[in-house]
Write a protein that binds this ligand. Structure first.
Ligand SMILES: [Zn+2]
Length: 86
């Protein structure tokens, strides 16, 4: 009976360690992403709209342009030029 109790405590302890390790590794990944030059957001797999041609692209691959405090996303350099000419 006592042995079973200690095994339960041990299991809970191991689960707690695993939880801590997972949380730490997730935090590190987030920091590395925020340090990147072309990834302004922390969320992965977000689609953004190219306001010029209406195409949806992954935010990680989109070109960006800040105008009047708003961020615009583009599928290509050509679309970014077209915003500037507008
Ligand atoms: Zn476009």
């Amino acid at each position: 009976m006592v042995a079973a109790f200690f095994r339960l405590i041990l299991f809970a302890f191991i689960a707690y360690i695993v939880f801590l390790v997972l949380r730490i590794t997730r935090g590190l990944k987030k920091d590395r992403r925020q340090a990147g030059p072309r990834t302004p957001g922390p969320v992965e797999g977000v689609m953004v709209k190219d306001e010029i041609c209406g195409t949806y692209i992954p935010r990680d691959e989109a070109l960006t342009e800040v105008r009047d405090g708003a961020v615009y996303y583009f599928c290509s350099e050509e679309c970014r030029r077209r915003l500037k000419n507008r």
